[in-house]
Every structure is written in C-alpha cells, then in structure tokens.
Design a protein around this ligand. Structure first.
Ligand SMILES: [Zn+2]
Length: 198
C-alpha cells in the first residue's frame, strides 16, 4: 500500500497529528526550505514509546521525571517540524513555513544556520538500533510531499551539518533505502559517496 501525504499552503501535513510547539520563529526574509535534516531522538535515551518527545517539543516535559531530563533538558527550547514514531505515526509540531529549532549551530557546505532554510524530521530511534520499516514508509512519503511543495535541493543527517557535535541519525539509518523509496537522484544526497559499493 502506497502512502501519500500533502503539505497545505500553511505548511502543515493534514494526515499528521498536529501538536503545535511554541519553539519556532519566522524564517529570515526570503528564506524557503531547501534542505531536509534527518535526526533521531528517544526519551529517555534508547527507550521507545511514550509522550516525552512531544512534551519536550511543547515545553511541558517534567524534568524531575528522569535523571537525563534533569541534567540535559531543563530549560531547553527545541522542536523539529516532524516526529515519526516506531509504528510510522507522524506528528507535526511546527509549520514547514516557519523556522523550527532543531539543528543548532550547523553548516551545510558553507551555509550556516541551517534552521533558517531546513525542515527537521525526527525518527524515534537511537544510534544503536535499526529503524522500523513503518518509519521508512512514512519518511519516504513525507520527503516526497515536502519536495512537491518546496524547492528542496538536498537531504542531510544532523551529524553531517553538525559534525563532532551530533551523531544522529546514526549508523543504522539507511540513506540508500530512503533514496530508493523516494526515487531521488544522487545529487539530493550530497553526503553519500558515489559511486557506491552495491
Ligand atoms: Zn538531531
């Protein structure tokens, strides 16, 4: 069964569960999304399920609930545009027309402040676990829908644009599977080495 999404003129995917985050601002004058950044996240780290990611992005996470939250997440104000859960369920926190706070200090081939011109997608996962087929299905459909709405020129991992600081989406993320699913040309994956070993 083929999954298909559409992005409306206001930058929202109608099929996504809408959970608005306050952690965004207007993109700079004239900036449009040209880059898609793929992340992984799990809260607590390496534990899947639950509502902590949404709570973090909506500034309602109880930082007394876990030692990791207490030491790493207190006062943190972040949000990606999208989260894709282990079962493929899609949540949207920020309109794609707005600048979400997902990438931090970053550099895409010399262009800094990647949040200005990117859309952030979090896969619920970790650097040590394979992602689920349902997540690739949702991600492929989402990337296809985003490319139909915006002049997307490339995709990158968070670790590609913030090397040394970030490691996600990690070694288990299958970029070639995403390329196959989206039927996008090599030029959209500038961090992949071509030609590749089969
Ligand atoms: Zn990330």
């Amino acid at each position: 069964m083929n999954l298909a999404f559409t992005v409306d003129a206001d930058g929202w995917v109608s099929a996504a569960r809408k959970l608005p985050s306050p952690n965004f601002e207007a993109r700079p004058e004239g900036a449009v999304p040209t880059l898609i950044v793929v992340h992984n996240i799990s809260l607590p780290p390496n534990e899947f399920g639950g509502t902590a990611i949404a709570e973090l992005f909506q500034n309602t996470l109880d930082c007394d609930a876990h030692p990791y939250y207490d030491t790493h997440l207190r006062g943190v104000r972040v949000s990606a545009h999208f989260v894709i859960h282990r079962d493929g369920a899609l949540e949207q926190f920020v309109s794609c027309n707005e600048r979400a706070w997902h990438a931090g200090p970053s550099n895409f081939f010399g262009r800094e402040r990647c949040n200005d011109f990117s859309i952030g997608i979090e896969l619920e996962g970790s650097d040590t676990t394979a992602f689920e087929a349902a997540q690739y299905r949702t991600l492929g459909a989402l990337v296809t829908a985003l490319k139909a709405r915006y002049p997307v020129e490339g995709l990158a991992g968070h670790s590609d644009i913030a090397p040394g600081r970030k490691t996600d989406p990690g070694p288990h993320f299958e970029w070639q599977r995403l390329q196959r699913d989206t039927v996008l040309a090599d030029q959209y994956f500038p961090y992949l080495k071509f030609p590749r070993v089969p």
